[in-house]
Every structure is written in structure tokens, then in C-alpha cells.
Design a protein around this ligand. Structure first.
Ligand SMILES: *Cc1c(COP(=O)(O)O)cnc(C)c1O
Length: 360
């Protein structure tokens, strides 16, 4: 077996311990005589899996009792629609546009009400986070929306926007569980599992109870009705059982490693290795304003397309996979999620140094 260092933005690297455990339990899960994949979602064995996953997530994130945790499907992209469907009471929402995912969410929301783009960093290809201390928040806004970590551009909100009392909604797909957050500052926190938590197919939605409504418009599909999903314990229909099982294992893996404070420290250490190198490199440079750099996604360029392509190809041959930047921005991007070991980043930097010497 030969595993590479996988810098994919998502689906992405998972902890080897988790994969091995899943392998050991593949044919028979804990005395049940079957794989988790073959199990009824109404069985007591699966109920225990989902209950434990929720309990561990609550523990890790310190989720208060007045928040519901949902394990859904459909991709973050589906929830670009379910968020406005469920939350637009006045029919108004404010969006901060810090990249393609925020923009897509904004475009989707426009189908269901009035969506305002109240700030944007499009003017400099989303390489920074706009000043959000005093935005023109709509008086009638049902919520203010951010994409907290911008997977494609490598920026992050180190500080949350001043929503002037309005409910904050955040897509945290690519920074979920990368560091502690104060759940109470949000009305809804949601994201796909496939970046930092587990396999594709699971969406985690954490929603404050008072935002769950009985008076949704008729057109809202039952599957997208957060209140129904909360009342049914995420089991209005068959949930993504196997994915939830793997997420649960990742939660336990993070707990074992000391929780989110420890994850943050580790992620800072990893990111610093790469950023420190980029800051003194003569060939490579980071593309993001320093204050807004993400711990999870690190985009960089040489400034020459052919050189970028050469680097990506040689890196791949040396066992560093998926370093090509997003198809819409080019260059390179190293996604260094929780499960990327520090050795992976150290070796990548070694390789970059060598490449620089050979190509300068
Ligand atoms: C990947 C990603 C998405 C899209 O997720 P899908 O599960 O493919 O719908 C949305 N938002 C962010 C921040 C992402 O990184």
C-alpha cells in the first residue's frame, strides 16, 4: 500500500486511524453480524452511532442545548437554498461576498426573497476579507450570511462581522472543527463533511431552536424543512448512514487528540511552516492578504503559468497530490485540513525549496 500526501480541497484527507478502524469493522460492526452499510437506519445499533456522533460533536464544539444538530444530505449547495427557505420570514437577507461559494449562496437566495450583497472582495479577486465592522445591514434582514473560510481563495474571517443584532449564518464547510468557535454567536452553522470531517454526502447543520418554524411556505420541500428534520432526529428519511458513522469516528479522533484547542494549535503550526516559507521564497508567493490567511487552504503562485504546471506535475510525481489551484483561479493550492500530518507540510516545503533551487 502506498498512500500519498493528499492536499485536495475536498473530498479530502481523512485520519489513517479512522480509515483503519472502518476497515476492521467493514465486514462486521461490533457483534451485529453486518456492515454499517447494510444496517437499518431504524436499528438500535445505528441509533447509537448517530446519537454518539451528535453527543461527541456537541462536546467538541460546546454546542448549547438550545441548538439542534442535523445530519442531512444534498451538499452545501442544497443548503444555499434551504437557508433562505427556512430563515426568510421578512423575505430579506444580507450577504457578504468573499468568494464563489458565498456568491452562489447569494444567487440562490435571490430566488426566494430579497438578497442584498452588502460587502464584497470581488474587486481584488477575493484575496482579502472586507471590513465588516459597520455594514449597511438591512433593517428587515432575517439574517446576515458569510462563508467563513473561503476554500478556493484561502481567506478566513478571523473576526465575525458586526451584524447589528441580526442572526448570523455561516457556511463553515472548509473550517469545520479546525478551531474552537463560539456557537452562540451564530443562528445557523452548516457545512459539508467532505472537507474537514468525513466523506462526501453528509451535511451538518447546527441551528438555534427559535429559528425552526412551523409556518414555512408551502413550496418548501419536506426534506429541506429544518423543523421537520429536527423533529425527526435527522431521520425523516434514510440518512447518509455510513458517512455519519465515519464522521462519528473523526469526532472521537479529534477528542482523543485534545479537542478543538489542540486542533487549532496543530493547524497553526502546520500553516506557519508553509506561510513562513512562502514569505521568504523567491519563486513562490502566497496570494492572500496576510491578516486574512486561512489555516486550511493555502493558495500560492509562481507568477508564471508554465512554471506552475511544471511544479504541479513534479510534485505529483513526488507523491504530493492535488496541489493544482481551483480551475477558476489557477496556480496552486495546498489544503491542509485537520487530518494532514505535519510531516506532509514539512516534506512539501522541502520539495518546494528543492524545486526553487532547480528553477531559479
Ligand atoms: C466545497 C464547498 C461548498 C460546496 O459543497 P458541495 O457539498 O459540493 O455542495 C460550499 N461551500 C464551501 C465553503 C465549500 O468549501
Amino acid at each position: 500500500m502506498s498512500r500519498v500526501y493528499n492536499f485536495s480541497a475536498g473530498p479530502a484527507v481523512l485520519p489513517e486511524e479512522v480509515l483503519k478502524e472502518a476497515m476492521d469493522e467493514m465486514m462486521e460492526y461490533q457483534g451485529t453480524g453486518m456492515s454499517v452499510m447494510e444496517m437499518s437506519h431504524r436499528s438500535s445499533a445505528f441509533q447509537k452511532i448517530i446519537d454518539e456522533a451528535e453527543a461527541d460533536l456537541r462536546d467538541l464544539m460546546n454546542i448549547p442545548d438550545n441548538y439542534k444538530v442535523l445530519f442531512l444530505q444534498g451538499g452545501a449547495a442544497l443548503h444555499f437554498a434551504s437557508v433562505p427557505m427556512n430563515l426568510m420570514k421578512n423575505g430579506v437577507a444580507d450577504y457578504i461576498i468573499t468568494g464563489q461559494w458565498a456568491k452562489k449562496a447569494y444567487e440562490e437566495a435571490k430566488k426566494y426573497g430579497k438578497a442584498n450583497a452588502i460587502a464584497s472582495s470581488a474587486d481584488e479577486t477575493f484575496t482579502y476579507i472586507p471590513d465588516c465592522s459597520d455594514l449597511p445591514i438591512d433593517e428587515d434582514a432575517d439574517y446576515v450570511y458569510i462563508c467563513q473560510n473561503n476554500t478556493i481563495y484561502g481567506t478566513v474571517f478571523h473576526e465575525l462581522p458586526n451584524t447589528k443584532g441580526k442572526t448570523l449564518v455561516a457556511d463553515v464547510s472548509s473550517c469545520f472543527l479546525s478551531e474552537p468557535i463560539d456557537v452562540e454567536k451564530y443562528g445557523v452553522i452548516y457545512g459539508g463533511a467532505q472537507k474537514n470531517i468525513g466523506p462526501a454526502g453528509v451535511q451538518i447543520v447546527i441551528i438555534r431552536e427559535d429559528l425552526l418554524r412551523d409556518d414555512l411556505p408551502e413550496y418548501v420541500p419536506t426534506m429541506m424543512n429544518f423543523k421537520v428534520q429536527a423533529d425527526k432526529g435527522s431521520m425523516y428519511n434514510t440518512p447518509p448512514c455510513y458517512g455519519i458513522y465515519i464522521c462519528g469516528k473523526v469526532f472521537k479522533w479529534i477528542k482523543k487528540r485534545g479537542g478543538l484547542e489542540a486542533m487549532k494549535k496543530y493547524n497553526e503550526e502546520k500553516a506557519a511552516i508553509l506561510y513562513d516559507f512562502l514569505d521568504q521564497s523567491k519563486l513562490f508567493k502566497g496570494t492572500v492578504r496576510k491578516e486574512d490567511r486561512s489555516l486550511m487552504n493555502v493558495p500560492f503562485v509562481t507568477g508564471d503559468k508554465d512554471m506552475d504546471a511544471k511544479f504541479v506535475a513534479e510534485a505529483k510525481a513526488a507523491g504530493f497530490e492535488n496541489l493544482k489551484g481551483h480551475r477558476t483561479v489557477g496556480g496552486m493550492r495546498a489544503s491542509i485540513y485537520n487530518a494532514m500530518p505535519i510531516e506532509g507540510v514539512e516534506k512539501l516545503v522541502e520539495f518546494m525549496k528543492k524545486f526553487e533551487e532547480e528553477n531559479m
